[in-house]
Design a binder for this molecule. Structure first.
Ligand SMILES: [Zn+2]
Ligand SMILES: [Zn+2]
Ligand SMILES: [Zn+2]
Length: 498
């Protein structure tokens, strides 16, 4: 067992709750792992797979029927996910299921409007570093809303475009696209769900449906909402936490979602128990099992503390490794203190220890967790391009200036990080038999795994965590970041000296 942060930890909760923390961090028993995944498979209606667990090699997913090449192997729902902050400028998506929302016009108008304001988002979505302070983003969105309310319709003649320099579209055109006063040809074929707003009154989260709105509120957002319904001191604290995350590493936002998920689940379990057994509803000492129960989905996912598992960047000398790791720990601690200020709850105090926080963040660092949703804007422009010539010429009068203005970025997809409970059980292979692949009908953030070749009954399902076309050495280097040395059949064959 690690956990020896003991005396050196800056977090007093690590010591105060060390017993409970040890229980929360002790690996679940094989039976409880089996029960958890059996239940999960049932709710996912996933009858063709099973999860095996061994102490030596951990979890693995096996086929219990044959799969043909191209067949759907698994559709896995997100447990917790977040869109990268820098990507929020490019894509307006449901905060719960990550489906694109609004309309093609809104997606295009909003993105160009934000770019115009100097918030060009063409930077790499390096998951760790976010470029845009949350405040700036909020301000811009406010700005858009104000305009869309106050400005009425603007007639646009084709002449509007002729005077545009360096590909920029006049602001009033963008506003008309945003507020729905201008429609583009053929967008009815690419209808998107209309927008639902956060019931807490914040302007940060948008949804595709009442269902997603409610589910997000119940599972995560009610504790993290910065809307008018949140008490002002809490709201300021949440904003400070978010600002810090956006300025340092947006992985902290995910960790906050995990903690708020666990607290909300804990409260729910407690209410249930209270209902079941009103008379003996005593507090405290009997509540810890409920916290453990609420924590169960997370306990299946984490492995190591963030600052212990993160790969040493190339520009850090190995002699500075210890201090590099301490810096990360201190950064996590700063973030945790801000989060504690915002949503601390006595009964869930162990969740606010640095030990637990470090393990939650580590869970996102170590798993293969890209959240990707293809953009309907890309599909739209492809459709226009494929039109027969007279229709295409006509449509492009309106669409070409927009496409030129968007440039290469017209197709930017929704990008983020997510934790997928079943997918994360799939082991890596450099000659995988399955792959993550979104089909045309997969328009949200669910993970879709497809058979890459025929799979026989009883075979382990493997995916590649990296670009498997790379040469042996580069593959091993990349996989070292995931904390293992690959011994797949291909690596065994290609291993130097074999
Ligand atoms: Zn949704
Ligand atoms: Zn809200
Ligand atoms: Zn390999």
């Amino acid at each position: 067992m690690e956990g020896g942060s003991g005396s050196s930890s800056p977090c007093p909760l690590d010591k105060e709750f060390s017993d409970q923390i040890a229980v929360l961090l002790s690996p679940p028993s094989p039976e409880s792992i089996k029960d958890y995944y059996d239940e999960l498979m049932k709710t996912r209606k996933c009858n063709n797979l099973k999860i095996n667990f061994s102490n030596s090699s951990g979890k693995a997913v096996y086929a219990i029927k044959e799969f043909e090449e191209g067949e759907l192997v698994l559709k896995d729902q997100i447990l917790v996910a977040a869109q990268h902050i820098s990507n929020k400028v490019d894509c307006l998506v449901c905060s719960y299921c990550f489906r694109f929302i609004g309309s093609i016009e809104l997606q295009i108008g909003r993105k160009l409007y934000l770019q115009e304001l100097g918030l060009s988002a063409n930077k790499e979505c390096k998951e760790s570093l976010s470029r845009f302070p949350e405040k700036a983003c909020t301000r811009v969105l406010d700005d858009i809303k104000k305009h869309s309310v106050s400005n009425g319709s603007h007639g646009i003649g084709s002449s509007t475009y002729t005077n545009s320099k360096d590909n920029s579209i006049p602001t009033e055109v963008l506003q008309s696209l945003i507020n729905g006063n201008m429609s583009l040809p053929y967008t009815n074929l690419f209808a998107l769900p209309s927008i639902f707003y956060c019931p807490g009154g914040c302007k940060e989260e948008h949804y595709c449906s009442k269902l997603c709105t409610d589910l997000d509120w119940e599972s995560f957002h009610s504790l993290l909402c910065t809307g008018r319904n949140t008490e002002p001191s809490k709201r300021d604290a949440i904003l400070k936490f978010i600002e810090h995350s956006n300025g340092t590493n947006d992985i902290f936002i995910l960790a906050a979602k995990v903690i708020s998920y666990t607290i909300l689940k804990f409260r729910k379990l407690k209410r249930l128990r209270f209902k079941e057994n009103e008379k003996r509803a005593k507090l405290d000492e009997t509540d810890f099992p409920l916290l453990l129960e609420a924590w169960k989905p997370v306990s299946m996912g984490f492995k190591k503390r963030w600052w212990d598992c993160i790969a040493l960047p190339d520009d850090v000398d190995s002699s500075d490794e210890a201090s590099f790791r301490m810096q990360l720990r201190d950064l996590a601690f700063t973030s945790l203190q801000l989060l504690k200020e915002a949503i601390f709850e006595d009964e869930c105090a162990p969740l606010f220890s640095l030990e637990i926080y470090g393990h939650i963040i580590g869970m996102f660092e170590l798993n293969n967790l890209d959240l990707v949703v293809a953009s309907p804007v890309e599909d739209y422009f492809i459709h226009i391009d494929d039109l027969p010539s007279p229709e295409k010429v006509e449509a492009e009068k309106l669409t070409r200036p927009l496409l030129e203005s968007l440039g290469d970025e017209y197709s930017v997809c929704c990008q983020g990080t997510g934790f997928y409970p079943l997918q994360s059980c799939m082991n890596h292979s450099c000659c995988p038999n399955a792959k993550a692949f979104k089909r045309d009908e997969d328009k949200d953030g669910q993970a879709i795994i497809i058979a890459a070749r025929p799979i026989v009954e009883g075979e382990e399902i493997t995916i590649s965590y990296i670009d498997e076309d790379l040469p042996y050495d580069e593959r091993q280097t990349l996989l070292a970041d995931y904390g293992f040395r690959c011994m797949c059949p291909r690596c065994l064959e290609e291993m130097p000296g074999m």
